[in-house]
Design a protein around this ligand. Structure first.
Ligand SMILES: [Zn+2]
Length: 324
């Protein structure tokens, strides 16, 4: 098991300033799931209540020291802005694509930090102050398209994933969280570091702080007149996104509205990739999730993901509480 480290107050404060854009967060379970063997993320609640726990400096200290592992949300719905963009890539040859992106970002004078991961890596870009998620996403998608770097979803089973995964969120929505860097990955039982600095918390944070941070002016310039191409938005070209079950009162959850992977009809079900499995790099066959065609309120992952895990992975957790 990975050793525990000491995280001093300065490292913790710097980490907070760099990575935390809202107080909502999730924790990676220490025990693997009984059936799937995987370590899922859950949103901690105050003892005996449904109130979510807010992230504090102490939470981050525990994360950096290795006692717990947290995942952070990019997008704050009160501003629709984020402090960073993270590009996650874990397919075969994904490191090549991340290095390509990093190289072409540097041509725009954007310094991106490459974090190792279990397979592939994460590329992080930091901003001088929080920038609009929509513009961040346009910038990265446009670059990926120009470099022919594959984007996951959009009919592609493998490709980069961009955090934030949404342009905007409604109050009470969370979007998708990504494992906070420098903590211990419970599944891999180890820490993953950034390339470019010694493997200590102090050196790593000093390296991240030294990176040039993108400004709003730059981002506006890079994205002027551009939008996210339809084919990368998970919209179906053939328009078969029509809702089968349409008794919506605006509050019902319709899973088919949130799934962008290809659906196949198998008997009475649609079969597609389970988002919770996919978040862990599993279900590469894309057939773990079954959704009943007649009534898509009924869906099931054959690998054992619970409804909570699936909803969390889709960025629509089951119990909402406003906590920006
Ligand atoms: Zn699953």
């Amino acid at each position: 098991m990975e050793q525990l480290l000491k995280a001093g107050p300065e490292v913790v404060r710097d980490y907070f300033r760099l990575f935390v854009n809202r107080r909502a967060f999730t924790i990676q379970s220490k025990k693997p799931h009984a059936e799937s063997g995987r370590h899922y993320y859950f949103r901690p609640k105050e003892r005996g209540t449904e109130n979510p726990v807010s992230l504090t400096l102490d939470t981050l200290k525990q994360h950096l020291e290795g006692a717990i592992t947290v995942a952070l949300y990019a997008l704050n719905p009160s501003t629709q802005r984020c402090k960073w963009v993270a590009i996650d890539a874990d397919y075969k040859d994904s490191m090549e694509d991340l290095l390509k992106l990093q190289y072409y970002l540097s041509a725009d004078h954007v310094e991106a930090a490459l974090e190792m991961s279990k397979r592939g890596g994460h590329l992080w870009i930091f901003f001088e102050r929080p920038l609009l998620a929509r513009e961040c996403r346009i910038y990265i998608y446009d670059l990926a398209l120009r470099l022919k770097v594959p984007v996951k979803g959009a009919g592609l089973a493998e490709g980069i994933e961009v955090f934030p995964k949404h342009d905007e969120l409604k109050t009470g929505e969370f979007g998708n969280a990504i494992r906070g860097p420098l903590g211990i990955h419970r599944g891999a039982k180890r820490r993953f570091w950034f390339y470019g600095a010694d493997y200590t918390l102090e050196q790593q944070m000093a390296f991240l702080k030294r990176l040039r941070q993108m400004t709003e002016d730059e981002l506006r310039r890079f994205t002027a007149g551009k939008s996210i191409p339809d084919e990368l938005m998970g919209r179906r070209q053939n328009g078969d996104r029509v809702r089968v079950f349409s008794r919506s009162n605006g509050r019902d959850f319709h899973i088919l509205d949130h799934i962008s992977t290809p659906l196949r009809k198998v008997g009475r079900n649609y079969v597609t990739r389970c988002p919770a499995c996919a978040g862990e790099g599993h279900d590469r066959g894309g057939d773990n999730l079954a959704v009943r065609i007649e009534d898509p309120r009924f869906y099931k992952c054959w690998a054992g993901c619970t409804k909570e895990m699936i909803r969390e992975a889709l960025g629509c957790p089951i119990r909402f509480r406003a906590s920006a």
